[in-house]
Design a protein around this ligand. Structure first.
Ligand SMILES: *Cc1c(COP(=O)(O)O)cnc(C)c1O
Length: 219
């Protein structure tokens, strides 16, 4: 199947109200353009420099979304144009993104990335620290950020019970945090190629899908 056919097929399988983030990391601009020509406008990338280069090379009505771990010294590459940062995972990063947004005269939409798996390697904001920051009004002070919701990843496993428990926890994190934000806190980003069909049962509002659309990555 072509990228176009895979994309259209995938879109048909998503209920209305669930948005599709096409994860194009490590795939070339031509592949993105093929998805663009099939109507896709939201693309996710995991490296700031790669994101910046693709932004420069591709149509300007693409909404670029940062989904990978973000170092504070790299925020400047994406702050002028990024549409959403899903990987906000520490107070330090939140403060730094706010600073760069202010410099660009923008308000940047962000999701807080929560850590729900047992794996040490998976990124995400430590839950106690996140709640403390939110409940102390930490986000309200960052006036150039708009926190739109929560992003989470599941454990790398074939055990569906573990994956379901992770989705349940991510959903609960969003419900728990909602009281600190206004009604624009409406996004629950969870589900990737292998598990998005399960995420649909847990109220996900956005699935992030790479390999099902673009094929497997070498990295
Ligand atoms: C790579 C990546 C995805 C997409 O993964 P696929 O398995 O290729 O669908 C989704 N979310 C994040 C945070 C990623 O890094």
């Amino acid at each position: 199947m072509s990228i176009k056919d895979k994309l259209l097929h995938l879109k048909e399988s998503l209920p209305s109200g669930v948005s599709l983030l096409a994860v194009s990391k490590f795939h070339p601009a031509e592949a993105i353009l093929e998805a663009y020509e099939a109507g896709q406008r939201r693309f996710g990338e995991s490296r700031p420099q790669e994101l910046k280069e693709k932004y420069a090379a591709l149509p300007k009505d693409i909404e670029w979304v940062m989904i990978g771990h973000l170092q504070t010294n790299k925020i400047k590459y994406i702050a002028p144009f990024v549409s959403l940062i899903e990987s906000l995972d520490s107070e330090r990063l939140a403060v730094a993104v706010n600073e760069q947004a202010l410099k660009c005269g923008r308000t940047i939409d962000c999701l807080v990335e929560v850590h729900v798996t047992q794996e040490q390697t998976k990124s995400g904001w430590a839950w106690e620290e996140l709640v403390e920051f939110a409940s102390n009004g930490g986000f309200r002070k960052l006036q150039n950020l708009r926190i739109r919701g929560v992003m989470g990843m599941t454990t790398l496993t074939d055990d569906e019970a573990v994956i379901r428990a992770d989705f349940e926890r991510i959903r609960a994190c969003k419900a728990e945090l909602a009281k600190y934000f206004d009604e624009s806190f409406d996004t629950l980003s969870m589900g990737m190629s292998d598990d998005y069909h399960i995420a649909l049962e847990y109220d996900t509002t956005e699935v992030r899908i790479g390999s099902t659309i673009f094929g497997s990555r070498t990295i």
